[in-house]
Design a protein around this ligand. Structure first.
Ligand code: GUN
Length: 286
């Protein structure tokens, strides 16, 4: 029976924020105030919470924010017009359009309209393509946070079998790309995967990004595996749960990220890192 280490997202994100504080100060010295524009369309309660958390994080980092809260009835054309204005505004370093957008809005058109140099989410097709071919780019915040957590857990990635469960453009696909670049042997599983339990049992590194409460059972996990749980699911009891059975993983996994206090914390810190990266470029420091 191994003791399972909890990978502390709060501590790691605090460490990253401390590093960013110095870089923000250097930008300000160069007369550039890092600035993130946040666009929220509609009233989705989870999105409102995420946007609020991002605002707080930015404030702590000394990053200015501009909030744009739009009605759920906003059209694609109206949103494209706002994105165009933010692209043209030299004081704005990063643009984040909170997802999901109301279903009437053409999400891909909006994400593709963001200037790739201000795309701090890393969702623009140009930036996802740059990631794929190994060029410098903005790396999407959640997968970036997962990689930072793997590095901090001391796990060697090269040559390991990694399983990513979930094939979204914003987590699963970039995560699989990053793990491939780090020389893991990567499997990308999804809702049509057969025998998920067997896939999980083979994985030295497991990244779960499904969005279904504890759908990955503890007994599936390979003893000694490192588990990164991206899921944030609210249970009937009102508490937050991951995609992985956290209790069941105890004594099996070598290390696991908790929910809350894991990946979510790193995601917002990595967003700030991307904004600082953009501001440094504007300040001629990047
Ligand atoms: N919705 C869920 N995660 C994210 C994210 O990382 N960025 C944005 N913009 N929307 C999200």
């Amino acid at each position: 029976m191994t003791e399972t280490k909890t990978i502390d997202g709060r501590a790691l994100s605090a460490q990253l924020m401390e590093e960013l504080a110095g870089r923000v100060a250097a930008c300000k010295e160069a007369k550039v105030e890092p600035c993130l524009a946040v666009v929220l369309v509609g009233e989705d309660p989870a999105s409102q919470v995420y946007v609020r958390n991002k605002g707080r994080r930015a404030e702590k980092a000394g990053i200015a924010t501009r909030d744009h809260k739009l009605e759920a009835s906003t059209t694609t054309a109206e949103l494209l017009e706002l994105v165009g204005r933010l692209n043209a505004d030299p004081a704005v370093d990063g643009i984040l359009v909170q997802l999901p957008l109301p279903k009437e809005i053409d999400e891909q058109a909006v994400l593709s309209a963001i200037d790739p140099d201000k795309d701090v989410d890393g969702f623009h097709p140009t930036n996802l393509g740059r990631l794929m071919v190994g060029l410098p780019t903005f790396v999407a915040c959640t997968p970036q946070g997962c990689m930072r957590m793997l590095e901090a857990s001391g796990v060697e990635i090269e040559g390991k079998r990694a399983l990513v469960v979930g094939r979204s453009n914003i987590v699963g696909k970039p995560m699989a790309t990053l793990l491939t670049a780090a020389n893991a042997t990567v499997t990308l599983a999804h809702s049509r995967t057969r025998e998920l339990a067997e896939e999980v049992a083979r994985a030295d590194i497991l990244v779960a990004a499904v969005g279904r409460l504890e759908c990955i059972r503890g007994e599936w996990i390979k003893p000694g595996a490192v588990v990164i749980d991206v899921g944030i699911n609210r249970g009937d009891d009102g508490k937050l749960y991951g995609d992985v059975d956290f209790q069941g993983a105890q004594g099996r996994a070598a290390a696991i990220t908790p929910v809350p206090g894991g990946v979510g914390q790193m995601t917002t810190a990595c967003l700030m890192a991307n904004v600082v990266q953009a501001a440094e470029r504007r300040a001629g420091l990047g």
